[in-house]
Design a protein around this ligand. Structure first.
Ligand SMILES: [Zn+2]
Length: 204
C-alpha cells in the first residue's frame, strides 16, 4: 500500500477537511512538541459537533483510550480511536485559545489563536462556523494532579507520534497547531511548529 499523503497543519494555523465514514484520519505530532486542537462536525450539521462533554459522560473519564468511541452532542458516533502511539492522556477539558486568552494575561491584541484558526480553516471549505466547541486537545498535557487542580505540562511525545481515528460518520474535521507561546504546553520554548494529518483508506 502506498504511503498516505500528508496534509500540513501549518505552525500556529489551522486546516480542515471533509472525511467520509469508513476512512481513517491519522493526526501526527511531527516534531513531538505541538498540541493540536481537534474538532469535528457532522457534515451538513455544523450545530452537531464532536462533544467532549458527552464523551466524558459516556466513558466516565476525562481522557480517552484506544477502542473508545467518540460521540457528537447527540451521541452519534463520530470516531473510534484505533491507535495512539503517544503517551496518551489527550486533554479534553481546556478551552480552545482565543485572542482574549492572550490579552487577559497581558499580551497585545492580535495574537494568533485556535478559535480564529478554526474559523479560517472552515472558511477555506466555504463553511461558516457557528461556534467553537470544546476542542479535543491532542498531545496536550493538562493533568488533574490531585483530583481538583489542572497543571499544564510539557508534551512528552516523540517526533512522529500519532493518534489514528476511524471516522464513523461523514464529517468535517478541523485542526489547529496551537499558536500558544505563553504556557509550556507547546514544548515550553515558545515555538509552534507544523503538525500533519493523513486521510487513510478509500471511501466505502
Ligand atoms: Zn490554542
Amino acid at each position: 500500500m502506498s504511503k498516505p499523503d500528508l496534509i500540513t497543519i501549518p505552525a500556529g494555523r489551522g486546516k480542515a477537511a471533509r472525511i467520509e465514514a469508513g476512512r481513517h484520519v491519522r493526526v501526527i505530532n511531527t516534531f513531538g512538541t505541538q498540541c493540536v486542537d481537534t474538532w469535528a462536525f457532522i457534515d451538513g450539521h455544523m450545530d452537531e459537533p464532536l462533544s467532549m462533554e458527552h464523551c466524558r459522560e459516556v466513558h466516565q473519564r476525562i481522557c480517552f483510550a484506544v477502542g473508545d468511541e467518540l460521540v457528537s452532542n447527540h451521541y452519534q458516533p463520530m470516531f473510534t480511536i484505533m491507535a495512539d502511539t503517544s503517551p496518551g492522556n489527550q486533554d479534553s477539558i481546556v478551552a480552545a485559545c482565543s485572542e482574549a486568552t492572550y490579552t487577559r494575561v497581558g499580551y497585545p491584541a492580535g495574537h494568533g489563536n485556535c478559535c480564529d484558526n478554526l474559523r479560517a480553516a472552515l472558511a477555506e471549505l466555504d463553511i461558516a462556523s457557528v461556534f467553537t466547541p470544546s476542542p479535543w486537545n491532542l498531545f496536550m498535557r493538562a493533568l488533574v494532579i490531585d483530583g481538583l487542580h489542572i497543571e499544564y505540562q510539557r508534551p512528552t511525545c516523540q517526533p512522529g507520534d500519532y493518534v489514528e481515528l476511524r471516522v464513523e460518520a461523514d464529517c468535517i474535521v478541523a485542526f489547529s497547531a496551537c499558536p500558544d507561546d505563553v504556557w509550556p504546553t507547546n514544548g515550553g520554548d515558545g515555538t509552534p511548529v507544523d503538525a500533519h494529518f493523513a486521510i487513510i483508506g478509500g471511501a466505502p
